[in-house]
Design a protein around this ligand. Structure first.
Ligand code: DUC
Ligand code: ZN
Ligand code: ZN
Length: 485
């Protein structure tokens, strides 16, 4: 066998095993994993290093306008470069529909933004904000194209599609094997809290965290799960930020609901007290759902360890702390008019490795699942997320001993701050490869704009999850009326 590249002497990690092996790569795929492999036009010494599946970032906002028209600071070049420096070989940002826009227009727009610029492979989740009959009719074509997941919102007036809209989308998704992702916060609770704070003149960033109560997330997760169960559709709860929300996910999974979920590093690393930094510094920590407290952090770690979450995603939503981003509405804007979100695509995996693996909270196998292999499975990237013959040679070589102090220039993004500034990190990705091409090596970018390819994805696999049959549909069927989706 002729190999283009052999990675030798490293320790290969899969979700269930950690073993010394060489990895042979030919034509962009993994061709062999064996104790010893000779040959290879290029040989990469991975002695003392971990050889992991490249990270798959399944939740990030790249070249995306928010509903109020703020463009993210990162485009598909800077966003993919930053992702690669952070150990990722593939990412799945959002392609966002704004009201009145056709889906064909959305996809063409994002193809134009991604294809010429991405240095790593990519796909999109489709955000649907306007599920008109015409839009619902366009969805089968989107699935055919291999875009098999989308996100809906239960909050924000310009995005919230209401319970009926969600049922329509969940029903189409079920028919085509697509996965619906949901931002779950009760819109009316948040708006009511906003009115109370505004009436009292409390508009500083720190009130953002209080305006979006834990109960707003918990109620919305419960409701989203109930809507999905009514039509027996698969659901993915994004950015779970509360212990109560995680407990609902846990309970429903045990009951067999077709349910997946993620949390994000910011909910593990930061708290609502970060929004109370001097002046408008706190605006850098405004994200939704908001940061909580230390007790929540411990609860979320327990859920990570015990398998409640499929993945830990960055929710990279990069808005600079200037008039192009956070402060589009002025440097002293009230919190509801400050852009929502924070950057972190390059820190997701180093943070998870350092706080998770190096501190003994999770195993190396857990890290592989949470960073790559679960996302590949849930989002239908069937050639990614594993180090095994036939899979894409998407590989990250990590130095588990390297320690670093986090700085902005290590992010390689287009941002003017990192919320992880000054963190001490143990473990760092030294080399990232995508389909056999080296993208980043020892701190140097080797990949080029346009190297990344669009990845058509498979339908969601709910495996042995029994799901839920609403009794009312069964009774209607007994009456001779087949109305179940
Ligand atoms: N939801 C996200 O997923 N990211 C940024 C802001 C938001 O509301
Ligand atoms: Zn969201
Ligand atoms: Zn997000």
């Amino acid at each position: 066998m002729q190999y283009d590249t052999v990675i030798h002497g490293g320790t290969v990690v899969t979700p269930y095993e950690t073993f010394r092996a060489d990895v042979g790569i030919a034509e962009g795929r993994i061709a062999a994993v064996a104790e010893r492999l000779n040959g290879g036009e290029r040989r990469i010494d991975a002695g003392g290093r971990l050889v992991l599946p490249g990270g798959i970032e399944a939740h990030c906002h790249i070249a995306q306008e928010s509903s109020s028209g703020v463009m993210t600071a990162d485009d598909y070049y800077s966003g993919s470069v930053s992702a690669a420096f952070g150990g990722n070989s593939c990412f799945v940002p959002f392609a966002a529909q704004h009201r009145g826009q056709s889906i064909a227009d959305v996809i063409a727009t994002y193809d134009g933004r991604a294809a010429p610029k991405s240095v790593i492979d990519y796909s999109y989740h489709l955000i649907i904000s306007d599920p008109t009959p015409a839009v619902l009719e366009e969805l089968p074509g989107v699935f055919q194209r291999g875009i098999t997941s989308f996100k809906v919102f239960m909050t924000y007036d310009l995005m919230n599609i209401g319970d009926g809209g969600m049922l329509d989308i969940l029903t189409v998704a079920k028919t085509h094997g697509a996965l619906t992702m949901v931002h779950a916060e009760n819109n009316e609770m948040v708006k009511w809290m906003n009115r109370r704070f505004a009436a009292a003149g409390l508009t500083a960033p720190k009130y953002h965290a209080l305006s979006r109560p834990e109960l707003a997330e918990e109620e919305a997760i419960n409701r989203a799960v109930s809507l999905a169960k009514l039509v027996d559709a698969a659901l993915f709860i994004v950015h779970v930020s509360t212990r109560g929300g995680a407990e609902i996910v846990r309970r429903e999974k045990l009951a067999g609901t077709k349910l997946f979920a993620e949390t994000c590093p910011q909910y593990l690393a930061l708290t609502r007290s970060d929004l109370d930094r001097p002046g408008m510094e706190g605006a850098k920590y405004i994200c939704s759902p908001p940061l909580r407290d230390q007790e929540t952090q411990e609860g979320l770690w327990q859920h990570i360890r015990s398998g409640t979450f499929e993945s830990v995603s960055s929710d990279h939503a990069p808005y600079r702390a200037d008039a192009s981003g956070k402060f589009l509405n002025g440097m002293d804007a009230p919190y509801p008019k400050i852009a929502n979100g924070m950057p972190g695509i390059a820190m997701r995996l180093p943070y998870l490795f350092s706080e998770g693996v190096a501190k003994g909270r999770i195993t190396l196998g857990d890290f592989v699942k949470l960073s790559s292999s679960n996302a590949a499975h849930v989002f239908g990237l069937d050639r990614k997320g594993a180090i095994a013959p036939g899979f894409d040679a998407d590989i990250a070589i990590w130095n588990p001993e390297e320690t670093r102090k986090v700085t902005l220039d290590m992010q390689h993004d287009n941002m003017d701050y990192t919320p992880f500034e000054g963190n001490e990190i143990t473990g760092w990705p030294e080399l990232v490869m995508n389909r056999g091409r080296i993208v980043v090596e020892k701190g140097t970018l080797k990949g080029q704009a346009g190297d990344g390819r669009f990845m058509a994805r498979k339908p969601v696999d709910t495996g042995a999850m029994p799901g839920h049959r609403a009794v009312e549909f069964k009774i209607a069927a007994e009456f001779g009326q087949e109305i179940a989706p």
